[in-house]
Design a binder for this molecule. Structure first.
Ligand code: NAD
Length: 436
């Protein structure tokens, strides 16, 4: 692969795909985008932490070979554009990459650089694990009860961005079409947005969620939708989700309805007395009646917001269309310490781009002040994606230990009593100390 302005490091190797599986060398080349605003601060702390974790876990046998690629302001300086082809080509070529936050330019017609990248690279699943680390302040009494992985569809629904502005000739055409061809009257002074949800988009997302549930031996997958109101988009997401579960994972799954059929009594309502069956039905906490199978269930979106607050431990892997996923993943993150603690990955069939879930917080640029945990934990996800579980575990343990020692940046310190915040770089160093 030829790049315009990128230098490929000579001491690393490319990740390959063989027989449908990633082949990870001991010295993989991983492209990274430093990010705008607070990007340089958090990326430099994070890279030190990731490198140390790999070093301690494998004693020099494995090593990430970093390759800088460019997005946002740095790319603008180097290429005269915020997302050059080099950047896309490098991510596609090297398959796994990680990025800091990018400032979306006000001019230039971008809705969001991140959305552009997800769409062009066809990274159709936005994956966000949400769990609580001991010591992290939380607004709920038992934040440790929430431990979910959100699989949010990344390419369609409202993210397809199909809209016509009120008052334009285009929207008039759309309104006329609705009126004449479809017999639907919509107020003349409306703007119109279209929300496509397809079989392709849904099935590949739900398949990835169930695959992950199987591989990581988790208990249940919940499809979240607003199918009671929008039957042919949201409701279809649910139907196609159950379809793909039965078509491709029949031996691994049982649906909630099937489980219910097993436990309901002769009156069709009162459950029979199989011990554990009902707990199993609701939470998937006790294996046994489901034969250790993954329970696939569905919930209406608005109810789900109550559920993650009131019965968080009954949910595990959650798959949703785009907009529901947007809201629910932030709401879940708020329960365990906010966006500063929430990692994310955008993943296609193989290509994976991991990223901090917060923005570039320009007002804190260069102050060595903000929390790098979201990015560091995105690297944790990346290490797991590479199959480097030992290094990933070191990072997770170090975060818990460091926060329990009350060594935290300002955002967490201000939610704790009598805690003096430390700098981004000091926090990175504390994590490394705690890995030894
Ligand atoms: P933001 O997330 O950058 O910042 C909002 C506030 O959250 C900050 O002022 C700060 O108080 C807090 N915050 C964010 N990250 C933090 C951290 N690591 N540690 C401690 N506190 C933190 O959101 P914004 O101000 O709406 O957006 C700024 C820019 O970032 C915009 O250009 C936006 O488009 C972009 N953005 C990028 C991404 C991304 O790259 N994934 C995501 C969201 C927003």
């Amino acid at each position: 692969m030829k790049f315009d302005k990128l230098k490929v490091p000579e001491d690393g190797e490319k990740i390959e795909i063989k027989d449908g599986k990633l082949q990870i060398p001991d010295n993989p080349i991983i492209p990274f985008i430093e990010g705008d605003g607070i990007g340089p601060d958090i990326m430099s702390a994070a890279k030190r932490v990731w490198n140390a974790a790999v070093e301690y876990a494998y004693g020099g046998k494995k090593k990430i070979v970093w390759m800088e690629i460019y997005g946002g302001e740095k790319a603008q300086e180097k290429y005269g554009e915020v997302l050059p082809d080099d950047t896309y080509n490098a991510i596609e070529h090297f398959i796994v990459a990680i990025k800091g936050p990018l400032t979306t330019p006000v001019a230039g017609g971008y809705r969001s650089l991140n959305v552009s990248m997800r769409q062009r690279l066809n990274l159709y699943a936005c994956i966000r694990p949400v769990k609580h680390y001991k010591g992290v302040p939380s607004p709920v009494r038992h934040p440790e009860k929430l431990n979910v992985i959100v699989f949010r569809e990344n390419t369609e629904d409202v993210y397809a961005g199909i809209e016509w502005e009120q008052g334009t000739p285009e929207v008039k055409k759309v309104l006329d079409f609705f009126k004449k061809e479809m017999g639907v009257n919509i107020r003349d002074d409306s703007g119109i947005g279209v929300k496509p949800i397809s079989i392709t988009g849904t099935k590949r997302l739900v398949k990835k969620a169930i695959q992950h549930t199987v591989e990581r031996k988790r208990k249940s997958v919940t499809l979240v939708h607003k199918g009671n109101i929008m039957k042919f988009t949201e409701g279809a997401f649910k139907d196609w989700g159950f379809e793909v579960a039965k078509e491709e994972f029949r031996d691994h799954i049982i649906t909630e309805d099937e489980l219910w059929d097993q436990v309901k009594g002769p009156d069709g309502v009162t459950p029979t007395t199989k011990p554990g069956a009902f707990a199993e039905l609701r939470g998937g906490k006790e294996a046994g009646d489901s034969g250790g199978r993954i329970i696939v269930k569905d919930r209406i979106a608005d109810q789900m917001f109550q559920q993650v607050l009131l019965r968080p431990d009954e949910y595990d892997v959650i798959a949703l269309p785009n907009l529901n996923g947007d809201y629910l993943s932030d709401a879940c993150a708020a329960q365990v310490g906010g966006l500063g603690m929430a990692p994310g990955g955008n993943i296609g069939d193989y290509t994976a781009l991991f990223e901090a879930t917060h923005g570039s917080a320009p007002k804190y640029r260069g102050m060595d002040k903000v929390n790098p945990s979201s990015l560091i934990l995105s690297g944790f996800m990346m290490l797991e994606y590479l199959g480097w579980f030992e290094a990933a575990k070191l990072i997770e343990d170090a975060i818990e230990k460091t926060i329990t020692q009350k060594k935290v940046t300002y955002d967490l310190a201000r939610q704790m009593e009598d805690v003096k915040p430390i700098k981004t770089s000091e926090y990175g160093t504390a994590l490394i100390e705690n890995m030894k």
